[in-house]
Design a protein around this ligand. Sequence first.
Ligand SMILES: NC(=O)c1ccc[n+]([C@@H]2O[C@H](COP(=O)([O-])OP(=O)(O)OC[C@H]3O[C@@H](n4cnc5c(N)ncnc54)[C@H](O)[C@@H]3O)[C@@H](O)[C@H]2O)c1
Ligand SMILES: [Zn+2]
Length: 714
Amino acid sequence: MTTTSAVPSAVPAGQAPAEAIALPSATAYAEAVGQAVRAAAAYYDNGSSALDDDAYDRLVRAIAAYEAAHPGENLPDSPSGKVAGGAVEGDVPHTVPMLSLDNAFSDEEFTAWAASLERRIARPVASWNVQPKLDGLAIAARYRQGRLTQLVTRGDGTAGEDVSHAIGTIEGLPAELTEPATVEVRGEVLMTTAQFEYANEVRTQHGGDPFANPRNAAAGTLRAKDRAYTVPMTFFGYGLLPLPGTGDGLAAELADSAHGALMDRAVRYGVNTPASTQVPGTVVSTVDEVLARVREIGALRAQLPFGIDGIVIKADLAADQQAAGEGSRAPRWALAFKLPAVEKITKLIDVEWNVGRTGIIAPRAVLEPVDIDGSTVTYATLHNPADITRRGLRLGDHVMVYKAGDIIPRVEAPVAHLRTGEEREIAFPAACPQCGSGIDTGEQRWRCERGRNCHLVASVAYAAGRDQLDIEGLGHSRVVQLVEAGLVSALPDLFDRLTRDDLLGLERMGETSTDNLLAALDAAKRQPLSRVLCALGIRGTGRSMSRRIARHFATMELIRAADAEAMQQVEGIGGEKAPVIVAELAELGDQIDRLAAAGLSMTEPGATPPAPATEPDATDASEKSQPSAASGPLAGMKVVVTGAMTGPLEKLSRNEMNELVERAGGKASGSVSKNTSLVVAGEGAGSKRTKAETLGIRLVAPDEFAALVGEFIR
Ligand SMILES: NC(=O)c1ccc[n+]([C@@H]2O[C@H](COP(=O)([O-])OP(=O)(O)OC[C@H]3O[C@@H](n4cnc5c(N)ncnc54)[C@H](O)[C@@H]3O)[C@@H](O)[C@H]2O)c1
Ligand SMILES: [Zn+2]
């Protein structure tokens, strides 16, 4: 991936990413420092870093590892040990430094840190305050006599930037407290998911580029002055301290209060804190309880309406905090337990349009595969077409993808500043991609004009297709006609409900076409089981899988009797697919019964049922009665058909050729490999023929092949 070129992109799942990369040389180190400084400057300036947080964090850890191994070689620009990586400055001094936090990535790291803190203060920590680590940016809100007078960013920790212009746009930070106190409230400004969506909508409407994610959006919005529009943000407090001018009584009280008590006070003042969320701060007394709470908050992450990137654990009592003190970058009494990154930058390769059961046509992003939180993400939801427009997404864009827990991954936004100009517009479908009908675009979510019948039309048309029941005269428009007229609401209706009079009553249906169609429907009853099975459109099975199932079980009765374990005996069906197929078959039970009653074939010619595995003489039996195909001329052979067929095979479609191969005992395959036994190469055979020649695989012409399998041609 271009965005993380200096950094290998995959951190193995479940591994504390600490040892992820090693910088091989001083040059690589210098380059890494440069890259980190540029990224951090862009990140804190307007959220336009080229790296996602995971990539940045790995870079910073690599820098730190190099510095540890090469003492004395530190570059002055190095982000190590600096608040905000040393990338930002400010001109409004902080009364007390606004620090960053040290990190732990595992239970062990946290436990070790807690032990070292207790050694430092020479007593057990009395109680711990466990709270969400909100993924926004730190801000100090100064209240004088209860009125909000100034907002200051964290800056380099010593001095920040005045962003008082944002007063009034941040929910949870009231213009006036409930008491006329002079205090500084510290906390995180962020955008909730909904605020982020809204922000990008107005931004793109005003001709701006969308923000890549809520954090960047909050950073960019907070620092922007004089915008023609305002976008709301949300504040969560996690600190309360005196200012010059705070009364002595209150100052002393603030200095001596436990963290939990300070937060209660902030709530009383009317300030928003995590207490208003599903993940309020809690006070516990042991390390085990801390770890349990860390897991609880982690488990809630995916369903929170705002982002968290970890859990902050603080010694709750002021006495413990004072005894521990502060380092230059972070306090010694608090730690961030980092959660795995749930956002990654990857590339939007394509947009697919899928039609749901109710006819909803939903876009889905096809992504360059990216590892997020231990799983590989290749698809992400885009909700609806308006969503694409609102986000200004283009094909080829780098996009920020979010995936946490079991939720479906979603594309948050394009990373607009990584655009190269090669990106292309995303084409919206003009007709239903499933059935070809018109699209109702009146609502946000597009829908096939046929609604639920979309699937019916598509599935009946599929069943009538050449490779399934091959019903001539039952094309797409005819199926639409039958469905619209209410004559067909399920596949079996074609065979047990539809009458000659019904058909004659349809427009454009004369006597001849009616009789032709009835004859074609009758002919369909003689199609082998494999095609009936295929016509049912069972999820996860296509033509060749249907053939394999039919050949394996030989009868519909045995197919339906198979449990997931028996189903897995069929080549190519694994533990994941088997139960799906079994469940679908059960669901289609009524339809199958009706098709059987209507006279459709429920057996596979030439196939022999598998011997029941439970019988003691099972092996004997199967040895004695070998399936006829197993002794056919292609027994045990993997056969690839390519090019145009001629002679007696001329009329056979590729699917029919594959059926023939399998009737004759072979296994049909689509690609040539060293395991291929035979390639039937017709006219115009191209790369597959060449490959077979290179690999020294036996090639035969269609005529030669026809002679070989003669008795199996129908
Ligand atoms: N993508 C990039 O290019 C890039 C560049 C720089 C930094 N970053 C990211 O920024 C992070 C480092 O930033 P950082 O120095 O702000 O440190 P940090 O975010 O790891 O931790 C400190 C911050 O946590 C926040 N916080 C949230 N909830 C809190 C709570 N309950 N109590 C106390 N503090 C709380 C505060 O803002 C505090 O300043 C890393 O995750 C890094 O990936 C990314
Ligand atoms: Zn449709």
